[in-house]
Design a protein around this ligand. Structure first.
Ligand code: SAH
Length: 256
């Protein structure tokens, strides 16, 4: 069967380097079910299928041409090959048990994938895969760094984050314009935050919406009473606050 022609609007950059695919597969820790997002022509799928610590493997691919290629070359996937849009999947009904998300992800929807992971944190126990380097850096960033943002705070509340390795443009066909990086997120022990979780998300998003401003003005759109918050926190900017400090602020705001 002919190779799939890369489609830009689907973020298709196929891995050429089998070593990288094998390294991504080896970065998975523990025994787990896996859902691979965007298998394309299956370069990573091949290595995942061989892993003893993967109890069951499902893949979701939006591109019908790639799906046809996979049906032909990976007949053993059978009903575990799902044709569809990961972003539209009802994960809680399809995957009620704990599982890991893996992939050389479509970069055009990286942020949406990561927000969906955050929303499904009760069942997604691990994420291993490749994003554009800039997104990978944002996910693992600590407070005080330039790349620290909404996803750094939200994900760090529930996941231990690790930057594993950087990958150059040349290992893809076609090469993307940016460098890539492989990261791993492992679910921590926190079941629920010690604050109103919906408000926590709102506080973090609002604070970073105007990341250059001090919290005192950045948080104004919340329309909440900021009086109980310590002055030294109100004079800080969103990018200077740790996850714990955001939780602390959320608690003070819900006590109104
Ligand atoms: N894993 C393959 C392909 C990576 S390119 C490899 O390493 O070679 C990203 C893949 O994600 C493409 O196959 C693309 O069709 C698929 N994709 C893009 N958007 C998607 C979505 N919303 N849901 C599922 N798959 C998607």
């Amino acid at each position: 069967m002919e190779k799939v022609k890369a489609k830009k609007h689907l973020g298709q950059h196929f891995l050429k380097d089998e070593n990288i695919a094998s390294q991504i597969a080896d970065s998975l820790v523990g025994q787990t079910d896996v859902l691979e997002i965007g298998p394309g022509m299956g370069v990573l799928t091949k290595y995942l299928s061989d892993k003893q610590n993967i109890s069951s493997l499902k893949v979701v691919e939006i591109d019908s041409e790639s799906v046809a290629y996979l049906q032909c070359n990976f007949p053993q996937l059978s009903s575990d090959l799902i044709e569809g849009d990961f972003l539209k999947m009802k994960l809680d009904t399809l995957f009620p048990n704990p599982y890991t998300i893996m992939g050389n992800f479509p970069y055009n929807i990286s942020n949406q994938i990561l927000f969906k992971v955050f929303e499904n944190r009760d069942t997604i126990t691990q994420v291993v895969g490749m994003f554009q380097k800039e997104v990978a850096e944002r996910v693992v960033a600590q407070e005080g760094s330039k790349t620290y943002g909404i996803l750094s705070v939200l994900l760090s509340a529930f996941y231990d984050r690790e930057y594993l390795f950087t990958v150059g443009e040349e290992v893809f066909n076609p090469p993307p314009k940016v460098k890539s990086a492989v990261i791993r997120l492992v679910r921590n022990q926190v079941k629920e935050l010690d604050c109103d979780q919906a408000l926590f998300v709102k506080v973090v998003k609002t604070a970073f919406n105007q990341r250059r401003k001090m919290l005192r003005s950045a948080l104004k759109p919340l329309g909440a009473n900021l009086e109980n918050i310590e002055q030294d926190l109100l004079t800080k900017r969103a990018e200077q606050l740790s996850t714990e400090q955001f939780i602390h602020i959320t608690k003070l705001l819900s006590n109104d």
